[in-house]
Ligand binder design. Structure first.
Ligand SMILES: CCCCCCCCCCCCCCCCCCCCCCCCCC(=O)SCCNC(=O)CCNC(=O)[C@H](O)C(C)(C)COP(=O)(O)OP(=O)(O)OC[C@H]1O[C@@H](n2cnc3c(N)ncnc32)[C@H](O)[C@@H]1OP(=O)(O)O
Ligand SMILES: NC(=O)C1=CN([C@@H]2O[C@H](COP(=O)(O)OP(=O)(O)OC[C@H]3O[C@@H](n4cnc5c(N)ncnc54)[C@H](OP(=O)(O)O)[C@@H]3O)[C@@H](O)[C@H]2O)C=CC1
Length: 515
């Protein structure tokens, strides 16, 4: 019997960010391994015209939750959605709901955040710092609370190259930042943002670092722990391999590559691709919840959920595996054949952006115009290039994360728990993982049917022929123009033609002699 699973039985949990990528996998695993847990409260906001109930219904009826329904048929009774907006005072939770949360919650998993790299500092501070502070305040009024688990990111201190499982200070105290956001206007915030974030690449990593300091400073007597995942990717094993449902991190780039939009990207090929499967992060998080509640460590422990120091894979290897898988399992209706490469300096990046990204988009838009349709490819390409420019920082640096606490926790688990809540990334086979990832992107994100693979292959063959035809035509046109304008080109042309003529004559003569 798993000790961790037994621990969560009869517990009331509170999860923020449960509708997000990580939150959903966390809920799924908790229900599947501890079907006797009492209730999971989730803080949800109405979104895209959907009520809370509709959002929960959609999650429970998704493919991800299929296995849960087998072991926990009354799962819908055990999820209690609470209307909340983490941007509002007291999260805009009703008095009755607040009362219930305060009196019943045993464990909190705080996953909600804005993960956008371009979020305005005010918005990022509100969600990643102020909301964390408010949640800690709520937690301090929960008499039954046993543990508070905060999900941060391994990149919160990405301005350092070696990162230990400790909280690093920031020059300006989070409380001062929170205060200033209340009275500074947007234009001044815009002006001071670069100075505040310093050598971090965006407001996301900066505010996640502030969030950690808030956890450290304001947790009082609570049992608190922080989990820091690196780049979270599709599931490795559970509930099934390759599940993913958003375009963040590598997933969007896998789509852009498979559909033939992305042809080159500035990267350091030998830099570590610190991708970590979402189920590995979730297993660690659940184990951390158990350990923090049961063993009550004296200080706030930080756990790195990273792959680089235990089972490294670099971008070159990852890129090759992605492309090789796309040969076998192509995506449908590709714009061009998937054939991406890494560039290593700004000049070649700009060159390939012009030649391989913008030029084909302009040509395609011209074709759309000719056929009476609305041009859209250049706009799409520019958005993709903007997205890539924001991700580039993470594929051009390497970090070394220590994982002492994570390894300590693994050694504390019983063999059964090590199996059920496996977060030992050393067992990950990258080749297999990437194949499943690409397949998962195709099935769960793009919703493409595997029966369409032969047609997709046919389409790629057609694209290859168009590519050859286009290149040959382009070569002939350029050559023709050169011959018309340059004596040197004409001389080269006559030299090649006479050489070929002589070669054929010689070949003919020698074959006649043999007879
Ligand atoms: C020799 C061999 C060679 C072989 C070579 C082979 C080469 C090829 C192999 C290729 C594969 C190898 C793997 C390489 C992976 C590298 C990944 C590194 C990730 C590092 C990540 C993170 C570390 C930190 C981890 C954390 O701790 S945090 C979690 C991560 N957080 C994020 O990843 C948020 C990012 N995103 C945003 O910050 C917003 O998305 C924003 C960008 C502002 C746009 O924002 P905006 O333009 O306003 O609008 P959106 O609606 O958001 O999106 C607008 C449009 O862009 C699309 N799109 C959004 N995203 C992405 C995305 N990723 N990739 C692509 N498209 C995306 C979206 O589909 C929409 O398309 P559309 O609808 O227009 O068609
Ligand atoms: N994905 C990754 O690569 C990594 C993620 N992390 C961390 O993991 C955690 C989860 O990330 P992930 O699941 O990928 O992110 P998602 O963007 O998928 O999920 C974010 C969650 O936060 C919720 N949320 C956002 N704003 C509000 C709000 N105002 N009120 C209530 N809820 C809100 C979202 O709700 P809604 O559905 O309503 O938008 C959603 O449930 C984050 O803390 C992130 O920093 C760390 C490292 C890497």
């Amino acid at each position: 019997m798993s000790m961790i699973a037994a621990f969560y039985s009869n517990k009331s949990l509170l999860i923020t960010g449960a509708t997000g990528f990580l939150g959903k996998v966390l809920m799924e695993k908790l229900f599947r391994t501890s079907p006797h847990l009492k209730v999971i409260y989730i803080l949800v906001r109405p979104k895209s015209g959907q009520t809370l109930q509709e959002r929960v219904f959609q999650i429970l009826n998704s493919k991800l939750f299929e296995k849960v329904k087998e072991v926990c048929p009354n799962v819908h009774e055990k999820i209690r959605p609470i209307s909340a907006d983490l941007n509002q005072r007291d999260f805009a939770i009703s008095k009755e709901d607040m009362q219930e949360l305060l009196s019943c919650t045993n464990i909190i998993f705080h996953c909600a955040a804005t993960v956008r790299f371009d979020a305005h500092l005010r918005e990022a501070v509100q969600l990643n710092v102020t909301a964390t502070q408010q949640l800690l305040l709520m937690a301090s009024q929960m008499p039954k609370l046993e543990a508070f688990i905060h999900i941060s990111t391994a990149f919160s201190n990405c301005n350092l190259s070696r990162i230990d499982e400790v909280i690093y200070p920031c020059p300006v105290e989070p409380r001062k930042i929170i205060d200033s956001m209340e009275w500074l206007d947007d234009s001044i915030i815009d002006e001071i943002t670069p100075k505040l974030i310093g050598d971090r690449p965006n407001t996301y990593t900066y505010t996640k670092a502030l969030g950690e300091i808030v956890v450290q400073q304001e947790s009082g007597n609570l049992n608190v722990a922080i989990v820091r995942p690196s780049i979270v990717g599709a599931t490795w094993q559970e509930p099934f391999p390759g599940w993913v449902d958003n375009v963040n991190g590598p997933s969007g780039l896998i789509i852009a590559t498979g559909k033939g939009f992305l042809r080159s990207i500035k990267a350091t090929p030998m830099a570590v691709a610190d991708v970590i499967p979402v189920d590995t992060v979730v297993n660690l998080t659940i184990a951390v919840g158990w350990y923090t509640a049961v063993h009550r460590p004296k200080s706030t422990l930080i756990y790195h959920s990273t792959s680089g120091n235990l089972n490294p894979c670099n971008w070159h290897k990852m890129g090759l595996h992605v492309l090789a898988t796309m040969e076998k399992i192509p995506f449908e209706s590709a714009f061009r054949r998937p054939n991406a490469d890494f560039t290593t300096n700004n000049f070649t990046t700009q060159y390939w952006n012009a030649v391989s990204h913008r030029a084909p988009a302009i040509i395609y838009d011209f074709y759309l115009r000719l056929t009476g349709r609305k041009p859209r490819m250049l706009k799409l390409m520019n958005r993709l290039l903007r997205t890539i420019s924001m991700l580039e920082y993470f594929i051009n640096h390497s970090w070394e994360w220590s994982t002492n606490n994570t390894e300590m926790l693994l050694s504390e688990l019983s063999p059964e728990d090590q199996r059920v809540f496996n977060f030992d990334v050393r067992q990950l086979n990258w080749l297999e993982y990437i194949e499943n990832y690409v397949l998962g992107v195709k099935k769960y994100l793009l919703k493409e049917d595997l029966a369409g693979i032969p047609k997709a292959k046919q389409h790629l063959k057609r694209l290859r022929n168009i590519h050859y035809l286009f290149n040959t035509a382009l070569f002939l046109i350029i050559w023709r123009l050169l011959i018309a304008r340059s004596q040197i080109a004409r001389n080269i042309w006559f030299f090649i033609v006479s050489f070929c003529y002589k070669f054929i004559s010689y070949f003919r003569a020698s074959s006649t002699l043999k007879i």
